[in-house]
Design a binder for this molecule. Structure first.
Ligand SMILES: Nc1ncnc2c1ncn2[C@@H]1O[C@H](COP(=O)(O)OP(=O)(O)OP(=O)(O)O)[C@@H](O)[C@H]1O
Length: 775
């Protein structure tokens, strides 16, 4: 019989192999965690999303009998693994292995045909000629190959400045603008160290539990999964090879006469043909441990041995409380990283973070009992820093200058006793970090304004009640991938059906969604060209979503740091990006304060131009969509209340009063006729909206019949390739290219103050039921 198991809520049945049944001779009892789980590919038809390592894994197990045994404690389930021979654990390991990859981690693979005493086959890569700008760092060839394959030919400034320090064992505090490559700034030195170590010792058996050598703590699950997958990508040789060969081919076809040279280059990479070689366990493995996903599976992965553990503090602390061995390993870490440290104290996991960090503090010599399998420590010292000791990296785009100064000045902390009070602020926490380095290096290359050079900022002043229409205007006016930040989940829930009715593809992302759904929505957003992600600040930090064109602050963020990080989801890795701040009259003070917090003036933000004539047309659509949504919401609520009442009465075996059971009472339960009428009204409004949506939106003074006539000729736009398909008569331009400079805006404001006041008094459209701003 074959047993199937649930991983993140999915079941799958598989048949046992005929051979395994035929050869069945022995059985042994094991725990669920020790069963030979094997990853299977995600079924496409299940629409589970792609591209997020660890998002949802499906595992199956074969040749396992499920046995129910009566014990004193009651009936218990036991699993029996059938084996072909009597080699116990070996048999189990061999099953676990084949081709398994879990949570972005290449896990145990069969060690059959592998000479465990041999050193891993060295990798060669000609960094000097293929990646000259990385050459001086002398990174492990496997990393150089990965960088080459990913076409990361030049280190970013933060990488260039922190790598030499980190590679000399120094503790590093790195501050650089969002999207500037901080992950690799700390990831490369860690992987370099671990790979160098792994290639200089015999291939490890998959039976020994390797200790965790590096711990990366990140504030959100998505960020932890992203970091894990980012680091894994640097270790995945197969991927590297594929792209590398492709790179060679591309060069051949592109350069034509340089054919021979390009081929020689590709050859210089000297990619070992890995496909037909026996596989050994990964020499360095990276895995993520985050909440919202199977804790059992994460424990299993850790128990198999992970070199780099990327974790959110909450889940890691849960696991640590039950896993003494892991707790000991954390005490003897080689690398500790706090990614987005300043966010971590806001997430409600501060206590867990503090607890985890306490494990990394130096103990008095009497307390120290190293883990059995602790690697030999290096004894060399570079720049006064002893190798082999814990090395700490703290990275963020926003760490205050004061804090950096304090870090530099700080005295070496004394080991703390357990009874010490926990830290309560970021400064407190960082100052209590046990840097082994007497003078941690602080590299702060964030621009003073904290605005990446490639980001264009802008604002639009509008009434809170008009924000939906302004957002809709923006989405139609500047198509692209837009990330909209709201300050409350209610706001997302309200806006989502509204955008759906208006035909705008939008996905939600907030903490009350299941993790599976969160990752799936991220995936869908990333793979849909003109989509909207409606998110709370859970998406503000660290997320590296390819091709986010715009960030919209539907509500002003509460802090300057939040503003910086939200904006940082666009304009990453030197790509252009645009951020729009929607500012209602009652948010002006907040906006002023947050701009001051950035050392800037409120007026510095240029204004996004809005064609009021076009906006009015959109307001009519929005108004209608709100009314439909209100009717649908009301009908749904009534249906839900009635069925709940009925079910409760049935469960209690009581009869409902006739006025509750029947539909006769006007106030409490509308008649079927009333319901029907409401349904018909909603349907009629929907038809009206549909008709509206099919009508072209034509700017004032434009003739669609005679394209060369009218105040604005659309023929010119057509010829110039600037014809806007959705808003006819408006130029198709990138967001940010038509901004009104702040000074001009000020002058205009003075001149038209009276006019503006009139506009504000008019107040735009009214807010339907449940349609208030969720701030
Ligand atoms: N040397 C490089 N050259 C080009 N692109 C790079 C380089 N290093 C990293 N990148 C890319 O830059 C993007 C942003 O990197 P990363 O997520 O590490 O930024 P970050 O500084 O951590 O941002 P945030 O502050 O928002 O967390 C990623 O897509 C990454 O692949």
């Amino acid at each position: 019989m074959t047993m199937t198991a649930r991983a993140a809520g999915i079941k799958r049945k598989t048949k046992p192999s005929a051979s395994s049944l035929a050869k069945r001779v022995k059985t042994k009892h094991v725990l669920t965690d020790d069963l030979p789980w094997k990853k299977v590919s995600k079924p496409r038809e299940a629409d589970l999303g792609t591209g997020m390592d660890g998002f949802l894994d499906l595992e199956e197990v074969q040749d396992v009998d499920v046995v129910f045994e009566e014990t004193e404690a009651g009936r218990v389930v036991k699993f029996k693994v059938r084996g072909e021979d009597d080699e116990g654990e070996d048999v189990l390991d061999a099953h676990v292995s084949e081709g398994e990859e879990v949570a972005g981690q290449s896990s145990a693979v069969t060690t059959e045909n592998i000479d465990l005493d041999a050193l891993p086959e060295p990798i060669k890569f000609d960094t000097k000629s293929l990646l000259p700008e990385w050459h001086s760092f002398k990174l492990h060839p496997q990393l150089a190959r990965a960088l080459y394959a990913k076409k990361l030919t030049t280190p970013t400034p933060i990488q260039a400045q922190t790598l030499p320090l980190a590679l000399k064992n120094k503790d590093v505090v790195g501050v650089a603008e969002t999207g500037s490559g901080k992950t690799l700034a700390y990831g490369l030195p860690i992987l370099h160290y671990l790979l160098t170590e792994a290639y200089s010792r015999p291939i490890p058996s998959n039976k020994t539990r390797r200790p965790v050598r590096a711990l990366v703590l990140a504030p959100t699950r998505e960020l932890a999964l992203q970091v894990s997958s980012h680091l894994n990508a640097c270790l995945s040789s197969m991927d590297v090879d594929a792209v590398e060969n492709k790179t060679g081919d591309d060069e051949v076809s592109k350069k034509g006469k340089n054919k021979g040279k390009a081929k020689a280059k590709a050859k210089a990479a000297e990619t070992p043909a890995l496909e037909n070689k026996p596989k050994h366990p990964p020499l360095v493995s990276v895995a993520a441990v985050v909440g919202g996903m199977s804790a059992q599976k994460q424990r299993r992965i850790i128990s198999r041995g992970v070199d780099v553990l990327v974790a959110t503090p909450g889940r890691l602390w849960d696991i640590l409380q039950e896993d003494d061995e892991l707790a000991t390993q954390i005490e003897f870490l080689r690398f500790l990283v706090l990614d987005e440290a300043d966010r971590m104290i806001e997430t409600g996991h501060f206590a867990e973070l503090d607890n985890i960090l306490r494990l990394t503090l130096r103990k008095s010599d009497d307390d120290v009992i190293g883990p059995e399998n602790k690697m030999d420590e290096e004894e060399d010292t570079k720049d006064g820093v002893r190798g082999g000791d814990l090395q700490t990296f703290v990275f963020s785009a926003t760490l205050s200058k004061d804090l950096q100064q304090n870090l530099k000045r700080r005295a070496r902390p004394k080991p703390r006793r357990k009874a010490d009070k926990p830290a309560s602020t970021l400064d407190d926490l960082l100052l209590r970090l046990d840097f082994r380095d007497p003078s941690p290096a602080v590299v702060d290359i964030a621009p003073a304004s904290r605005v990446p050079a490639a980001l264009t900022e802008s604002r639009v002043d509008c009434l809170a009640a008009d924000k939906d229409a302004y957002l809709y205007y923006f989405l139609l006016r500047y198509p692209g991938r837009t990330l909209v930040f709201l300050s409350a989940i209610d706001g997302i829930r309200r806006l989502l059906p509204l955008l759906a009715l208006l035909g705008v593809p939008a996905f939600p992302l907030h903490s009350q969604l299941e993790q599976r759904q969160r990752l799936k929505n991220l995936d869908r957003f990333a793979s849909t060209r003109n989509a909207v992600l409606l998110a709370t600040d859970v998406a503000a930090r660290g997320l590296d979503i390819t091709g986010v064109d715009h960030v919209v602050h539907y509500q002003a963020p509460r802090t300057a740091d939040a503003y910086v990080h939200r904006n940082g989801r666009t304009a990453r890795a030197m790509r252009r990006g645009f951020a729009l701040l929607m500012c209602a009259p009652d948010e002006r003070r907040v906006v002023r304060a947050l701009m001051r917090g950035l050392g800037r003036e409120e007026e510095e933000l240029a204004e996004m131009p809005v064609e009021l004539y076009m906006l009015d047309k959109l307001k009519a659509r929005v108004q209608l969509a709100r009314e439909i949504d209100r009717l649908q919401h009301k009908a749904k609520k009534e249906r839900h209340e009635r069925s709940w009442l009925k079910e409760a009465a049935e469960a209690m075996e009581i009869e409902l009063d006739s006025d509750l059971a029947s539909d006769s009472d006007e106030d409490k339960a509308p008649s079927k006729q009333k319901q029907k009428a409401a349904g018909a009204k909603a349907a009629a409004l929907k038809a009206q909206l549909k008709a509206m949506l099919t009508q072209p939106l034509v700017a004032r003074g434009v003739s669609t019949r005679y394209i060369t006539s009218g105040v604005r000729s659309i023929a010119d736009d057509l010829l110039a390739g600037e014809y806007h398909e959705t808003m006819v008569g408006m130029k198709k331009v990138e967001a940010g290219s038509d901004l009104v400079p702040a000074k001009a805006r000020k002058a205009k404001k003075r001149a038209t103050k009276a006019e503006e006041e009139e506009f504000e008094e008019w107040g735009g459209i009214s807010v339907g039921a449940g349609g208030s701003d969720d701030t």
